[in-house]
Design a protein around this ligand. Structure first.
Ligand SMILES: NC(=O)C1=CN([C@@H]2O[C@H](COP(=O)(O)OP(=O)(O)OC[C@H]3O[C@@H](n4cnc5c(N)ncnc54)[C@H](O)[C@@H]3O)[C@@H](O)[C@H]2O)C=CC1
Ligand SMILES: O=C(CO)COP(=O)(O)O
Length: 344
């Protein structure tokens, strides 16, 4: 009997999506008894210097818009048609800015095999005033996929792409899926640890972005390392409280994984949320203007998550129980003084 090999599709091709494509392209070749060699990558099509980006990627094996200077394996095929990219696949890797997940899922309803295995690398939460959902659960519910896993960690994409050692955390309810995703992602320079607490993995990945905004504001005020460390600690406590209050089962040990305290440290030191928040503090320009000016099409997650968390808490009259998250929102969007962040 010959076992069916897994066919992988990566949904997304930004900075992280491209770094992950590099890892996946190499790992499917390494584990050739488990995975088909060809990997599809859905690319949100755009013009790059007069040519479609997918054409450029397929010709040069590089995504010069979102991860310049990094070569992808030849087995990565950039595909502009979402349904075509996914329809034949048995493994789906969602790696999109969180504001686009809803639209992508809308386009995929009824188009993917229900036995497909899926993992979300999205750092954000599906928050509406009336409720809060993890993207793994939202993707699973919308596309009728069982037990969608999550991956999150201290993983600044450019550093991972340059093969600088780091760790990551995979949260999977299913042990078998956890093992499969370990084979798909783990490398000597990107060490993956599989745990069961997918809820904690995703919550950390989403909420640390709001803390990174606070860290950027602190940098913009020329405060030093002590202040940033204090903000990281205060933010971490509030992340934990948010998990305990709205998601009973988050385990404290998850905060000690790469997705927890390690991601807070790296994002608050070198991430995009930090960088744009620092510019906000220095210039006073609106965040969306700075995002366009500084990120060349890459997207912020923390400033949006700050609004979503605020609206969610506000609808429950609970903003005063989460003063850190409230302060970030008030500074970014309500004109509160920048140093509100150190007067909690
Ligand atoms: N960049 C990083 O260092 C890391 C990012 N992440 C997370 O990975 C997720 C994806 O982020 P990146 O790959 O960095 O993306 P990015 O922010 O670098 O790029 C934005 C992406 O969105 C696409 N896009 C634009 N409009 C769209 C639309 N209407 N529909 C669908 N896609 C559209 C663009 O083509 C581009 O691929 C985010 O949740 C992020 O927080 C996680 C770890 C590291
Ligand atoms: O999630 C990240 C690193 O783990 C990247 O954070 P930024 O989106 O702030 O760059």
């Amino acid at each position: 009997m010959t076992l069916q090999r897994e066919r992988v599709c990566i949904i997304g091709s930004g900075n992280w999506g491209t770094a992950v494509a590099k890892i996946i392209g190499e790992n499917v070749t390494k584990h050739s008894q488990v995975f088909e060699p060809q990997v599809q990558q859905w690319v949100f099509e755009e013009d790059y210097q007069g040519k479609p980006l997918t054409q450029v990627i397929n010709a040069t094996h590089e995504n010069p818009k979102y991860l310049p200077g990094i070569r992808l394996a030849d087995n990565i095929h950039a595909e502009p048609d979402l349904v075509k990219a996914c329809s034949d696949s048995t493994v789906l890797v969602f790696v999109l800015p969180h504001q686009f997940v809803r639209g992508v899922c809308d386009d995929l309803v009824g188009k993917v095999n229900p036995n497909v295995k899926a993992i979300s690398l999205v750092k954000g939460l599906e928050i509406k005033p009336d409720g809060i959902t993890l993207f793994s659960e939202e993707i699973g519910r919308r596309l009728q996929i069982e037990e969608v896993a999550a991956l999150s960690g201290a993983n600044i994409a450019d550093e991972v792409a340059r093969e600088q050692f780091c760790e990551t955390t995979i949260g999977s309810r299913s042990e078998a899926h956890g093992q499969l995703f370990h084979q798909l992602f783990d490398t000597p320079y990107f060490r993956a640890n599989v745990i069961r607490d997918y809820v904690g993995v995703e919550l950390c990945g989403a909420l640390k972005n709001v803390v990174a905004v606070a860290a950027g504001i602190s940098d913009g005020l020329n405060y030093g390392s002590n202040t940033k460390a204090a903000l990281i600690r205060l933010g971490l406590m509030e992340m934990r409280k948010f998990g305990q209050t709205f998601f009973g089962g988050v385990e404290d040990t998850t905060f000690f994984e790469s997705c927890g305290v390690a991601d807070l440290i790296t994002t608050c030191a070198g991430g995009r949320n930090r960088k744009v928040a620092e510019a906000f503090a220095r210039t006073g320009k609106p965040i969306d203007v700075l995002e366009r000016e500084l990120l060349n099409g890459q997207k912020l997650q923390g400033s949006l998550t700050a609004i979503e968390v605020y609206q969610f808490l506000s609808a429950r009259k609970m903003t005063n129980e989460f003063p850190f998250f409230d302060a970030v929102y008030q500074i970014l969007y309500q004109g509160a003084p920048l140093d509100t962040i150190v007067k909690l």
